[in-house]
Design a protein around this ligand. Structure first.
Ligand code: HPA
Length: 272
């Protein structure tokens, strides 16, 4: 991957997208595209019209880029993400972050649905990601080095910005939402984990497990963008809960949490 791989996609977006740097970039997973409170919508582009993103292969991740205003702040929201397991390579996964970097974004909020490992977690809880474990070692920065994307060996001591995590907690407290800090374990998917894997991740210190977020967060952090990530516990991880896991359950949980996710995002935007 190199920055020039994204030139064509960037060139297909309306000029308005690059007119002024956004106050926040948002990467929304799991069908939360309509969990945005907008005062004015400036740009809408379906992913199908953006080279490298194309059509979604996963239900619930349809995809639309929205640039909008909320309380005087300019927000760029990527509604729907591409995953490594879709097999299209890293370009489609990190393109939203690369475009945000080109727009001059300095902050990114990432949302995801994840399986709860920590026994204190219940389905429907939120977790402010304080750190991650890249279980599989997959990394979009593997390959030739490009100075635009930061250091060859980026420091990962604080991928998730503490001040932004505090903002998430302030919003959750205000809204009376259950939210704890947690460590997100990133797996390649698309299989859910085995119970033995979940036990192993728990011993390693993971609180939740999922198939996204970490590549985008690593890439953004390396580029100097401050990152916050919030997980919705859509289900208890394999072997913690008793029922077999299904994507439908994840979609249903995300749908059920949508009003709370919307308030959380809106509160976060208000605190920027
Ligand atoms: N495991 C991995 N990814 C997930 C899960 C899970 O239990 N729930 C939602 N995404």
């Amino acid at each position: 991957m190199s920055p020039s791989d994204f030139d064509h996609a960037a060139g297909c977006l309306p000029d308005e997208c690059f007119r002024t740097p956004p106050d926040l970039g948002i990467m929304l997973g799991s069908g939360w595209g309509d969990a945005l409170a907008m005062d004015e919508c400036l740009v809408r582009v379906p992913y199908a019209d953006i080279p490298l993103l194309g059509r979604a292969t996963v239900p619930g991740h349809a995809g639309e880029l929205i640039v909008y205003m909320r309380e005087g702040k300019r927000i760029v929201a990527w509604c729907g993400r591409r995953h490594w397991y879709e097999g299209a390579g890293w370009e489609s996964v990190v393109l939203p972050v690369e475009i945000l970097r080109r727009m001059g974004a300095e902050k990114l909020l990432v949302t995801n649905a994840a399986g709860g490992i920590n026994p204190a977690l219940k389905a429907g809880d939120f977790v402010a990601v304080k750190d991650h474990i890249n279980i599989v070692g997959l990394n979009p920065l593997i390959g030739s080095h490009h100075v635009e994307w930061g250091s060859r060996f980026p420091d990962m001591t604080e991928v998730y910005s503490r001040p932004l995590i505090e903002k998430l907690h302030a919003c959750a407290n205000r809204l009376d939402l259950r939210m704890m800090d947690g460590v997100y374990a990133f797996t390649a998917g698309p299989c859910y984990e085995t119970p033995a894997e979940v036990r192993a991740y728990k011993q390693q210190g993971a609180d939740v497990v999922g198939m996204s977020t970490v590549p985008e967060a690593v890439f953004a952090h390396a580029c100097g963008i401050k990152v916050a990530a919030v997980s919705l516990v859509s289900n208890l991880a394999a072997g913690i809960g008793h029922a077999p896991l299904s994507h439908q359950e994840v979609i249903d949980a995300a749908e059920c949490a949508k009003p709370r996710m919307r308030s959380l995002i809106d509160g976060f935007v208000a605190r920027l």
